[in-house]
Ligand binder design. Structure first.
Ligand code: MG
Length: 335
């Protein structure tokens, strides 16, 4: 079954109907089949790394190849958040609500503080520069997990060409307290997106190696997380026929909402494809947000899109958003 019917992107502020295809009845609890996909921004080159900023009810995302970060809110529309942007790719929130970044150009993980200053957290492993950190997630213990494929050192439009000095493309765990950086897996060719299951017993990581070499994988792998520190038992969770799974998020029910060439694939925790959301541009990543956490924001090539869902995301960034929303509600109730 293919839903790859070419559809032109609607104009900014307009929406597409018919974007949702339900493939398994379980999906009806996750998204209304009549939900419309609205285009929020335009004019980018390669939109990636969306993060929801709950205090501002805004989404910030990287336009990796235009070397800028964009911000969208209902009040302001799309605007530049930061430029130049060190060819930053993935972004997320830590437990304190600070934004963490994967910088291709500096080959490091960085953090923006509450006062707006930005500084690097880690840029070397075993005495040598990282490849080019791509995507990032924070565990409830505060540890920072990220992937390190080579795109920022092999694609001139995404960073600065340089020899790879790491012996593999690792998945890393960084402890910001001890400053210890641990390579937790070398299993993937090009590890890319990553997210924990709601109970953090499993870590999903996509492999986009097939985007460069057709012989390489185009799938999402799942690991068991042992003692909150190690990964064991990798197995293929979801395989793609075309395109690659880049960034993704996991909802509170454990379903994986992964980017695909043709949009978003919603995959049950058993690996069964439940629904597709067709997006009219090549899709790189997504994030749950909005005041109730039920809106899925989708970064796709030139644009940011959004579609309402019937669920919310899981993980530290979503927990922070929920706390901000609860505080806002409490403040309202108490005048
Ligand atoms: Mg990515």
């Amino acid at each position: 079954m293919s839903n790859a019917v070419p559809v032109s992107p609607p104009s900014v502020g307009s929406s597409l109907s018919g974007a949702v295809a339900i493939l398994d009845d379980r999906a009806r609890a996750l998204i209304d089949p009549e939900a419309e996909l609205v285009r929020l921004t335009e004019g980018g080159i390669w939109a990636e790394g969306p993060v929801y900023l709950p205090a501002e009810d805004a989404v910030m995302y990287s336009d990796v190849r235009a070397d800028r970060a964009m911000r969208w809110s209902e009040a302001t529309g799309g605007e530049v958040w930061r430029a130049p942007n060190d060819n930053t790719n993935g972004n997320t929130l830590d437990r304190e609500g600070r934004v963490l970044h994967c910088e291709h150009n500096n080959r490091r993980i960085a953090r923006t503080e509450a006062d707006g200053t930005r500084h690097g957290l880690v840029d070397r492993y075993d005495g040598r520069p990282l490849n080019s950190p791509n995507d990032i997630v924070v565990r409830s213990d505060g540890s920072i997990w990220f992937t390190d494929p080579p795109y920022g050192i092999i694609l001139p439009e995404e960073g600065t060409p340089a020899p790879q000095e790491q012996p593999a493309c690792f998945v890393f765990r960084f402890d910001p307290t001890s400053q210890e950086l641990t390579a937790v897996s070398d299993f993937l060719v090009h590890p890319n997106g990553l997210a924990f299951s709601p109970d953090e017993s499993r870590l999903y990581v996509s492999d986009t190696g097939g985007g460069m070499d057709p012989a390489d994988p185009r799938h999402v792998v799942v690991f068991d997380v042992v003692d909150g520190q190690r990964l064991e038992g990798p197995r293929v969770f979801y395989e793609m026929e075309t395109g690659v799974p880049d960034g993704f998020r996991v909802d509170i029910g454990g379903n994986v909402w992964t980017s695909a060439e043709d949009g978003i694939h919603v995959v049950g925790s058993d690996g069964i494809l439940l629904a597709r959301i067709r997006v009219p541009e090549v899709t790189a990543n997504c994030v749950f947000g909005g005041p109730d956490g039920r809106r899925l924001f989708i970064a796709a090539s030139s644009s940011l899109y959004a579609i309402d869902t019937l669920t919310t995301g899981s993980g530290v960034a979503c927990d922070v958003a929920g706390q901000v929303a609860a505080a806002r509600e409490g403040g309202t109730n108490h005048g």
